[in-house]
Design a protein around this ligand. Structure first.
Ligand SMILES: [Zn+2]
Length: 973
């Protein structure tokens, strides 16, 4: 440890260079308040700031979660209750959110703009330390729960943002499984409570408990502040010290998390979960085996358990996963992970099991684990898993996620349990320790200690109960009716008065003075030029090579797009199925276990997907492609190319038993996804009857595809030969050189090398030409209600505005920002209690409005219909309009990874979208005026009047509104 240095009231505890992530970490403690602060300084301009508190639930009222929502409703220096929304709609953030975990609450923001970043950090500090909740109890009512009754004759209802959010969460079987797995392992510790809140108990939260929770947990001495990137730390530290931390003293009781005493024997229990009314439940039992082992902040144990679960369960070669699936006793398996809490907890979840098979399944798992301990784990598999982990740690997160935030998440779990945060960033030493498993029985011992001989474990059977969601809903209704009966007239009138007062408060707009306090950028701070992504083009006969020279840290990203223009519609689900099986079946030169180990050992990823895009020039033209993509370090590109060929071009379908279990697994996985993405199901089914692209998406990843898999599942035994034959046909017919597109993203030299090494792949692709398939799409017109065993709705409404004679403009992006952050947010989230809601306008002319975990149905559709009226009366100052514009620029300018830039450039090339188009859209965004917004009222009115909608939701709710629908369809069959 270096000499102690003081800076802005912070004492420097340690400085360390972290080569792995090219950064230097500075670890401080704020002397007066006791706040912990880590600055991870590096060149990344996507800066991250995050304040986190250790928060320990004391019951199931969801207080930590409701607090997370509430503190973002106005604070001392930023009193507008909509401050958080103002930042979302008007700042250049690359990330802004808050989240509640089992034992902590995080408030992260990120931005690439210095001024913006400082503003966001300051507002977040103000919100968490000086929130308005102390003087405004309505905030708890809105974000948590409140009684709602407007007339003595009305039903008594409970509304609240978190209340509804959690009703949605309790509708998802997978959420319930994760939650109950944790509860079972911690009967005597706060981990037995749901920090998110159980809807049945949320209404027990009182204002007093709520305020006490803040006093106890939101003190600087219980705060862990993380800064990352090229920010000016002096400025931030000075602000934190002067304005916030120095106003507190550290002489408060620390927040403690008691330790759960390990069990002396494995616990067995049953937990009910909801499925649809009338469903055949014989194969719908789920089983979970849970283990608690070790103690945080022991990093090595956490990483080792993680690696062990990957070894046992996560790759196609993983032995435990194989044993379970091959036994046919369960159709889907996955890992349950909660290894970051004080006592790391993990488990195995087996889905779709017959009740009578549960003992056999438990025995099979025990036998397989014993076998592995005795015979040893395949070293190639261990190496494959560790190599993939290392690749992933070096590459950092992909997609739309700030790298710094990914590091923050890695640090926090360690930090709040008393660990040194810098240790959690330096992964070299940890990987070295994990590699001991290559020469000694490291993971075999871990299986023994953490699973086979670990009594702090539980076996839970999840029992399907048809109609349970409706029963819960009914119970709540009855309980409220009961409560209402007990109310005296005076008390009833008081509740009506309170509802009225509350609604008045909700209607109040922030004053101009309040709004003026929120710091914002101006249009002068915005770059008028759209970012261009590098693209070079080379023609090789009928093939095209696209290259994107970029700095990629020595990684090569390779993609091949195979043209599928010759595929008839009935082949589409087969193409989707084919893609999902790649890497899971044997190939010409490898069995699937060896193939998987090779892929994990030498590449960062390899996969095949269906790529469906409408042409930008003519949205009725659908561009259908197989996209084969992979990544590897530059010195492994030869291997990447060889494996890509095996993976996509040479799969074999002759192991019928394996094929059967893979198809069953695909069906089970999609079923889980349908619950998670119910809003996209609603949007997609809204358009599918009248839009070819949505129809295709439905056939290849949506509800139609699910039905296709269900059909296959029913005839697997008698039809498996035909199924295998059909997949072989896909392999023979849909990989051709004709119109083949290859794309490479890396630095110049690696690109050259990769092109030179492409031949083994190109030579393996047949040089066949098929005539394109003539497509005729016959639009139909109906509105569908989709029944699911859930307690909430997902309501989508919209249509195509091109068909009404309108065209796309960047101004629609600003309109979206206004609708999402103002109108829909206020009407559906604040007043209607829906957890989320948004509108969208796509480049190919589709407009949709959708709600997420929404207690309502008819009211929501009415709110959509009233949008034109809202827009005609919409007023805002020039300054406000600037904010809406800047808010959208934060989406347009979201920093992309090198892989993301390459992929965007490919997509532009394929769809015919040019840099001029991109610039035009940016110009339109930047020049949006109030008049433009008014003018869109007509367009929305015309589209809404077509009256196309689709709702996924609760059975009773949909049946009660059945006259709205031309058909009611079950989500699952
Ligand atoms: Zn929430």
């Amino acid at each position: 440890m270096k000499k102690q240095v003081e800076k802005n009231g912070f004492e420097l505890l340690e400085t360390r260079e972290i080569k792995e992530i090219s950064a230097t970490a500075y670890y401080y403690e704020h002397k007066k308040s006791g706040a912990h602060f880590l600055n991870v300084k590096c060149e990344d301009n996507n800066k991250v700031f995050c304040v986190t508190f250790k928060t320990v639930p004391q019951d199931n009222t969801g207080c930590p979660h409701i607090m997370e929502h509430s503190v973002l409703n106005g604070s001392k220096n930023f009193p507008a209750k909509s401050t958080f929304m103002e930042l979302i709609k008007g700042s250049l953030h690359t990330f802004i959110n808050a989240m509640t975990d089992s034992d902590m609450t995080l408030y992260p923001v990120a931005s690439t703009n210095n001024k913006d970043f400082y503003n966001l950090a300051r507002v977040y500090m103000d919100s968490v330390f000086f929130p308005k909740i102390y003087e405004q109890p309505h905030i708890l009512s809105q974000e948590g729960w409140h009684y709602d009754i407007k007339d003595p004759e009305d039903e008594l209802k409970i509304i609240g943002v978190v209340y509804n959010e959690m009703k949605g969460a309790y509708s998802s079987p997978d959420n319930l499984i994760e939650l109950n797995n944790q509860i079972a392992q911690f009967p005597d510790s706060p981990y037995k409570y749901d920090s998110g809140g159980n809807p049945k108990e949320i209404p027990q939260l009182t204002y007093e408990d709520f305020i006490n929770f803040h006093k106890k947990h939101y003190h600087p001495s219980n705060s862990y502040i993380f800064l990352y990137g090229d920010a000016d730390e002096n400025e931030i530290m000075e602000m934190m010290d002067k304005e916030y931390l120095s106003q507190f003293k550290k002489d408060v009781e620390p927040v403690e998390l008691p330790f759960q005493k390990p069990f002396t024997r494995t616990k067995k229990l049953e937990v009910e979960y909801p499925v649809e009314e009338g469903k055949d439940i014989s194969e719908q039992y789920h089983l979970s085996l849970n283990y608690t082992y070790g103690k945080n902040p022991d990093l090595i144990t956490v990483f080792a358990i993680n690696a062990l679960m990957d070894i046992l369960m996560s790759t196609p070669a993983s032995p435990l996963k194989r044993a379970i699936l091959e036994s046919g006793l369960a159709h889907d398996v996955r890992v349950s992970f909660n290894i970051c809490i004080l006592q790391p907890t993990f488990g195995i979840i087996c889905k779709e099991v017959k009740k009578e098979n549960i003992p056999a399944l438990v025995q099979l798992i025990t036998d397989e684990l014993n076998r592995l301990v005795k015979e040893g784990i395949d070293k190639k598999l261990i190496e494959a898993v560790l190599n993939r982990r290392e690749f992933f740690l070096r590459e950092g997160p992909s997609g739309n996620f700030p790298k710094g935030l990914y590091y923050a998440f890695n640090v926090y779990h360690h930090w709040i349990h008393g660990g040194n945060p810098i240790d959690a960033l330096a992964f070299e030493d940890i990987l070295k320790e994990l590699r001991r498993g290559l020469t000694e029985p490291y993971y075999e011992e871990l299986i023994k200690k953490s699973m086979l001989k670990n009594h702090h474990s539980s076996q839970i059977t999840y029992v399907p109960v048809p109609g349970l969601a409706n029963k819960w809903e009914q119970e709540i209704k009855e309980k409220l009716a009961e409560e209402k009966k007990k109310l005296s007239e005076a008390m009833l009138n008081k509740l009506i008065e309170e509802t009225r007062e509350f609604q008045q408060w909700q209607q109040q707009q922030p004053t101009p003075e309040e709004l003026a306090r929120i710091p914002f950028l101006t249009l002068e701070d915005i770059n008028p030029e759209a970012e261009a992504y590098p693209l070079e083009l080379e023609k090789l006969g009928t093939k095209t090579i696209l290259t994107h020279p970029l700095k990629t840290n020595g990684i090569v990203y390779l993609k091949a797009y195979f043209d599928l223009d010759h595929s008839p519609e009935e082949d589409l689900p087969w193409l989707a199925l084919y893609a999902s099986l790649m890497g899971m079946v044997d190939s010409k030169n490898y069995n699937y276990v060896d193939l998987s180990n090779e892929i994990y050992s030498h590449t960062g990823d390899l996969n095949l997907i269906l790529n469906l895009r409408p042409s930008y020039q003519d949205p009725d033209i659908i561009l259908l492609k197989f996209l084969l993509s992979g990544k590897a370090l530059q010195n492994k590109t030869d291997k990447l190319i060889e494996l890509a060929k095996e993976f996509a071009l040479y799969p074999l379908f002759d192991d019928y038993d394996r094929l059967k279990l893979l198809i069953r697994e695909a069906k089970a996985k999609l079923q889980t996804r349908l619950f998670y993405f119910a809003e996209s199901i609603a949007i997609n089914r809204l358009f599918a009857p009248s839009s070819q692209i949505h129809h295709f998406l439905d056939l290849t990843s949506g509800l139609d595809y699910y039905r296709f898999l269900c059909d296959l599942d029913k005839k697997l035994d008698q039809d498996i030969e035909n199924i295998a034959h059909k997949l072989e046909q896909v392999r023979e017919t849909y990989f051709c050189q004709n119109n083949l597109l290859i794309s490479i993203t890396s630095d110049e030299e690696a690109i050259k090398e990769t092109i030179n090494g492409l031949n083994p792949l190109l030579d393996a692709i047949p040089d066949k030409v098929y005539p394109p398939f003539e497509r005729y799409f016959h639009p139909t017109d109906f509105n569908e209600g989709i029944i699911a065993p859930i307690q909430v709705q997902y309501c989508a409404k919209g249509g195509n505005f091109f068909r009404k004679g309108y065209s796309y403009s960047g101004k629609l992006r600003v309109l979206t920002n206004i609708l999402n952050s103002e109108y829909l947010y206020r009407e559906l989230r604040e007043k209607g209690g829906a957890y989320g809601t948004w509108a969208g306008f796509t480049l190919n002319g589709y407009m949709y409005f959708v709600s997420y975990r929404d207690p309502n149905l008819e009211r929501t559709l009415e709110v959509y219909d009233q949008t034109p009226e809202y827009l005609r009366n919409f007023e805002c100052s020039k300054r406000d309009m600037e904010r809406y514009i800047i808010g959208d620029i934060s989406n347009l300018d979201y920093p992309k990874t090198p892989e993301g830039k390459g992929a965007q450039s490919d997509d532009d090339y394929i769809t015919g979208f040019t840099q001029e188009d991109r610039q035009q859209i940016r110009d339109e965004v930047l020049s949006t005026r109030l008049e433009d917004i008014h003018q869109y009222a007509d367009m929305i009115e015309e589209v809404m009047s077509m009256n196309h909608y689709c709702v996924v939701g609760n059975e009773a709710k949909l049946k009660a509104a059945s006259k709205l629908f031309d058909r009611l369809t079950p989500l699952l069959s």
